[in-house]
Design a binder for this molecule. Structure first.
Ligand SMILES: [Zn+2]
Length: 387
């Protein structure tokens, strides 16, 4: 069997590296970027400072901030029109995962002849033609890792159905990882997005797919989140912890080209049915799904615990490998204000069966280390709904 691995992004990391944007644009030989962000980030002082610096470098640019929350097709189309009208030659995407996804999708919509959804990642889709405009990405949350990803998630405007546009051409060419862009994140967002990064690394490590490069990155990324998420949440200006979280988020997204697992399938279903924040949904589900995965890969669980320096108490020597990790994960959730389960949502039976249906239809769980059957998906959801 043959395998193919790819790690091509130019990543520049460090405090205030966002001040080097002009240098990055020069390296790409572009001079008229469309700056894409979401309306929330656009209203912050840190974004005003960012633009001021661009102006003082005499960079010609325009800002598109017509997106908010889960990006929809109409947002991307408005950005496409701005890109074409301004005759831009590149995209600077700055913001959380949604803003970065919109920036990447605008690059597709602006340069292709057909509507964006004709390029959705499913059989019969059109292939993206020619080159896409270069994207420079500046993440302002540490979670999705969209800055190194080759896809964008864009919803339909009416039903909010999520569509995935996928092409290696969509990958940003340069990523500027500046911890100062994340210090203003509210604690709850730091914790929820951080749990998304934790889940990416953990699920990517546990999937049995063959990709030893990604396995190594995932294990290191997991350890970085595990050791820094509480500090980043509780001491928001800790630059070292913020840097570690941004890097771990990026590493999770590199690693999950190997695959994800059932936590993400539940999270996608919970976002569709209850509009739950993706990171929060993962945070709520992850320890319960990992308990389900405990018996599937004992050697990997031993490696995880050894890597994180976790030793079960001597009274618990006979426990399965991974049990001590699960205890720590549950404590971490509690400390960071993540609900243990879904009881607070008071899901109806109808909603629960929709969640099970969407979970089973999702593409992530088949790569997990243990199969997800309709019965087990329902049993696990029912259990989490009690907590
Ligand atoms: Zn995720």
């Amino acid at each position: 069997m043959l395998h193919r691995f790819s790690f091509p992004t130019d990543i520049r990391v460090g405090p205030h590296v966002s001040h080097k944007l002009t240098e990055a644009l020069t390296d790409l030989s572009v001079e008229n970027p469309l700056v894409v962000t979401d309306s929330g980030f656009a209203s912050l002082e840190v974004f005003g400072d960012f633009l001021k610096r661009l102006r003082s470098d005499s960079i010609k640019f325009e800002v598109f901030s017509g997106t908010q929350g889960n990006p929809c097709l109409s947002h991307v189309n408005a950005g496409r029109d701005a890109y074409r009208t301004g005759k831009h030659d590149s995209i600077v995407a700055i913001g959380g995962g949604a803003a970065l996804d919109v920036g990447k999708a605008i690059g597709v919509a602006a340069t292709q002849t057909h509507s964006l959804f004709e390029y959705v990642d499913e059989p019969g889709a059109r292939a993206i033609e020619g080159e896409l405009p270069p994207v420079v990405a500046l993440p302002t949350t540490a979670g999705t890792g969209s800055e190194v990803g080759r896809s964008s998630v864009v919803s339909t405007d009416d039903t909010h159905e999520k569509k995935i546009i996928f092409s290696p051409k969509m990958m940003p060419r340069i990523v500027l990882v500046d911890p100062h862009l994340t210090v203003g994140l509210p604690a709850a967002v730091t914790a929820a997005t951080g749990f998304d990064a934790l889940t990416h690394n953990l699920e990517a490590y546990l999937t049995p797919a063959y990709n030893p490069m990604c396995s190594g990155i995932a294990l290191e990324g997991l350890s970085m989140v595990f050791n820094n998420i509480a500090t980043a949440t509780e001491k928001p200006t800790d630059i070292a912890a913020r840097t570690e979280m941004l890097m771990a988020s990026l590493m999770g997204a590199v690693a999950f080209q190997k695959g994800l697992g059932l936590t993400h399938s539940y999270a996608h279903a919970l976002s569709t049915v209850k509009d739950l924040h993706h990171g929060l949904a993962n945070a709520i589900m992850v320890d319960h799904v990992m308990e389900y995965y405990l018996e599937a890969c004992p050697e990997k669980w031993s490696t995880v615990e050894a890597r994180l320096g976790l030793r079960p108490p001597s009274s618990a020597q006979a426990e399965r490998p991974g049990t001590e990790f699960l205890r720590h994960l549950a404590q971490l959730k509690k400390r960071l204000g993540i609900p243990a389960g879904l009881a607070h949502l008071s899901l109806t039976e109808n909603e629960k069966s929709s969640i099970c249906r969407y979970t089973l239809l999702d593409v992530c769980h088949p790569s997990g280390p243990r199969a997800a059957e309709p019965e087990s998906v329902k049993t696990l959801l029912d259990k989490v709904c009690q907590l």
